[in-house]
Design a protein. Structure first.
Length: 131
């Protein structure tokens, strides 16, 4: 197993809540996939936490790729879903997926947390089998 890249990001939940309030569906559709929106919106009054932690994860994934939002990568090319046991998993599409394939990235390790008004995410890009 070889670590290809690592990204970490911290986001103020209040910042994402303000973007949701100011830009609503336009912000949601630009940044989040329909599945991410459904998961966050289902959490009711805590939806800003879910949106914020996924925003942090997308930023962390871009850092792990070493690109930022360049080369045609869109926010929605990066999706954070929950596995059947609730573990966060990263799915790439479009240009982000193509770049990861060129880099030889086989899988992603993702950790998400939010507390005290802060959301944090760590994303590690890995090549090779589990040891």
């Amino acid at each position: 197993m070889e670590i290809i890249g690592h990204g970490i990001d911290v986001v103020a939940i209040e910042r994402i809540a303000a973007l949701l309030q100011a830009h609503g569906d336009r912000f949601r559709q630009r940044v989040y996939t329909p599945a991410e929106q459904a998961l966050a919106d289902a959490s009711g009054p805590r939806c800003a936490e879910r949106y914020a932690v996924r925003f942090a994860a997308k930023e962390a994934a871009l850092k792990a790729l070493g690109t930022g939002l360049r080369g045609g990568i869109a926010w929605t090319d990066i999706e954070i879903v929950a596995s059947w046991i609730g573990r966060p998993e990263l799915i790439l599409r479009g240009e982000a997926h193509a770049l990861a394939a060129r880099m030889g990235i086989d899988r992603w390790l993702v950790s998400l947390s939010h507390s005290g008004g802060i959301a944090v995410a760590s994303v590690i890009a890995v090549r090779g089998r589990r040891d």
